[in-house]
Ligand binder design. Structure first.
Ligand SMILES: Nc1ncnc2c1ncn2[C@@H]1O[C@H](COP(=O)(O)OP(=O)(O)OP(=O)(O)O)[C@@H](O)[C@H]1O
Ligand SMILES: [Mg+2]
Length: 241
């Protein structure tokens, strides 16, 4: 059955799928041989879905995430983001798609330590040339959304690891993306703080119809996910929940 078309945001055109891949492979030349990092990946994430990507170290998670947002190219196969074929877009168009529609999180928050939480969250808005007053308002809203409104003027280096990761989430959300990709966002957090971040991510995915794909080793995240994609040696199997 074809998925229903959802309007994720009023200002955006409706899309059927957040991300879809068809037979994606990625080979790396390595030491005279070839590493087959991805061996034919077919996946789909719909608006509002919170999907975990589980796999052992070296199974291809980071390789796949980079390809899904057009930071790397597949050796073969096709990737569609918001129903648009990445291989038909120019580098500039892909950069624009990332800037406008994608939010990213990593194992480390990667905040600028001497900038405040508010200034860190404003960075994607500066890149998108949002005027100063609007930037302030949007960053404050995003920080409030992750429960850090009161920490807006603390510097990155004055925040705990969990708070830094929540600032990173606010930064990933501030430009109202439709697709969030995260590579082990709870990898450096204690289990309770990690759980808070996971439940926050999940509720935001569901409430705002954002598609999220989260690479993780965290069992709490598998439980919270709508679906779990297992990646093993560059191939995906889906876990029925
Ligand atoms: N630039 C590269 N050149 C050659 N091989 C690479 C390169 N990047 C990744 N690989 C190989 O591709 C495979 C998948 O790597 P990838 O980083 O995607 O794994 P991962 O699932 O993210 O692992 P981890 O959980 O440790 O982060 C591994 O065998 C890795 O050694
Ligand atoms: Mg990785």
């Amino acid at each position: 059955m074809e998925p229903e078309i959802l309007t994720t945001q009023q200002t955006h055109a409706p899309v059927k799928t957040i991300v879809e891949t068809r037979a994606v492979t990625r080979d790396y030349p390595s030491g005279g041989g070839i590493v087959h990092a991805l061996r034919g990946i077919d996946l789909r994430v719909l608006p509002g879905e919170f999907v975990a990507l589980r796999g052992r170290s070296g199974s291809g998670k980071t390789t796949l995430l980079n390809i899904l947002i057009g930071l790397d190219n597949p050796t073969s196969g096709e990737v569609f983001v918001l129903d648009q074929k990445l291989s038909s877009m120019s580098e500039t168009e892909r950069a624009r798609l990332r800037r406008e529609s994608v939010g990213m999180m990593f194992q480390n928050a990667h905040l600028f330590p001497s900038l405040t939480a508010q200034e860190n969250v404003e960075i994607p808005l500066r890149l998108a040339r949002v005027p100063s007053r609007k930037r302030t308002e949007m960053a404050q809203q995003a920080l409030a959304h992750v429960g850090l409104g009161k920490r807006a003027h603390h510097r990155g280096m004055e925040l705990s690891g969990g708070e830094q990761q929540r600032v990173a989430l606010a930064r990933a959300l501030v430009h109202k993306p439709r697709f969030i990709i995260a590579d082990e966002p709870t990898g450096n957090l204690d289990s309770l703080t990690g759980r808070d971040i996971i439940h926050l991510l999940r509720s935001i995915a569901h409430e705002e119809h954002i598609g999220m794909l989260i690479a993780t080793h965290d069992a709490v995240l598998y439980k919270a996910a709508d679906r779990v994609l297992n990646i093993n040696d560059g191939q995906i199997t889906e876990e029925v929940k």
